[in-house]
Structures are given as structure tokens and as C-alpha cells.
Design a protein around this ligand. Sequence first.
Ligand SMILES: O=C(O)c1cccc(C(=O)CC[C@H]2O[C@@H](n3cnc4c(=O)[nH]cnc43)[C@H](O)[C@@H]2O)c1
Length: 242
Amino acid sequence: MATAVPVERDAVARGLPGPLREVALPGTTLHRAGDWDLVAAGVGPALAAAGAATALTAAALDGRPYGLVVSAGIGGGFAPGAPVGSLVVADEITAADLGAETADGFLPVTELGFGTVTHRPPAGLVRRVADATGARPGTVLTGSTVTGTAGRAETLRARHPRALAEAMEGFGVAEAAAAHGLPVLELRAVSNPVGPRDRAAWRIGDALAALTDGFGKLAPVLTRWNPHDPDDPRDPRDPHDR
Ligand SMILES: O=C(O)c1cccc(C(=O)CC[C@H]2O[C@@H](n3cnc4c(=O)[nH]cnc43)[C@H](O)[C@@H]2O)c1
């Protein structure tokens, strides 16, 4: 499980059973809670990808590869679907600013002939997580910049009508998971609306409490989840989903 900062990691850990123990890796430190390894990898998609990839590679080399990668933390919510204090589970994890600006607007990298801009968590797992935690399923955007104007929020909303939340790490974690052929999940607790910048109004404490509560309900779902669930057929169109 990858968060950006230690307070998010600790909020997730409080929802999981068992004591925490620290495991030092080259370049990062894991916090192990029962069957779960947590890493606070840093803010933004690059650190998220690097931290998740480090943990994934270490586990694989240790002969105990992971079965699922989770990106978690606080995030901005698009009104009215994702109010402050609510939880959002990603059914799509989309890079919102990976591409090229042109005179005719934004082109995602896929239209330039490169890579991918969306990863899709297993649909059956998303449904189970939504049922267990009350999280609303929708697109979670990843960007390197926190939206701070009504204009940018409108642009994102027009480009991604299914977007419920925005954060800065999910796509990076998803790329690391895909590189290891593993499924990914993203859960966000909404700390602020996506829109004009009002940092003083962020409700980080409420969002962290929602994250703890959410992971308390999520842990048994993840423990029971079978990646070969017939609800979760692999998508042959997705080059990362093999
Ligand atoms: O206030 C600032 O100037 C500022 C600049 C960069 C980062 C931050 C953070 O507080 C880190 C944001 C952290 O939390 C997630 N987050 C929370 N709300 C949002 C949002 O509305 N848009 C994007 N990300 C958000 C994000 O995943 C980071 O880890 C503050």
C-alpha cells in the first residue's frame, strides 16, 4: 500500500489489524502490518512510482511477491459527487496531464503514440470495496499540480466527466503495479473540493479519519479477494493487463 506522506500511511495502518514493524529497504522503509506492507513514498507521481517499484522489486527478489498494489491517501473531490469527508474508489486511474498542449487543446500521450493514460482496477474488487466502505466509484485523476482555479477544475471536468477525485500519486503507483503484472486499487478520502485554492479550508483531519475507517472495512475485503474471481476477467485490450 503506497501513500504520499507518513500521516496518510499511519492513518491507513490504524485501520489494519496487528502491530507495525519497520523493514528497511534500499531507498525506502516499509511499515509491515500483518500481511500488508505500507510505504510513504512521497508527493507526486514520480516518487509514488519509484517507491512502489522499490517495494515491489524487493518483495519479488525476496520470493514473496505481492498480489495487489494499493494507492491511498487524501485527495480533492469534484462536487457534487465527492464531498469533503467522503471516500472515492477508482474504477479508472487516469493521468490528467500526461501529454502535449497544442493549439487545438490537450493531447494525451496515447494520441501521440506512447504508453497509456488510464489503468483500470479489477471491476469486481472495486464493487466489493464500494459496498464495504461506502466509497463512491469513479475516475480518480492524477496530476503533478494541485488544481487551484475554477477554470482548471472546469477543464478537467469537461475532459473527464466521470472524474470524482484528483490526487497526485495514483497513476505512478499504477504504472509500477502494471510493470510487475499486478492489479491496482486506489482509495482516496476527500480533504478539499477541486477548485479555487483555499488551503486553509482543507479538512485533512476529517479525511485521515475517513481513511482509517475505510481501511478498517477494506482489510477483510482484500484478505478475502480472489484475483481469479470470475467478476474480474483480465482485459485482453489492456497491454498491461496480461
Ligand atoms: O498547498 C500547497 O501549495 C501544496 C502543494 C503541493 C502539494 C500539497 C499537498 O498538500 C499535497 C497534496 C497531497 O494530498 C493529495 N491531495 C489532496 N488534495 C488534493 C487536490 O485537490 N489535488 C491534488 N492532490 C491532492 C495529493 O495526492 C498529495 O499527496 C500542497
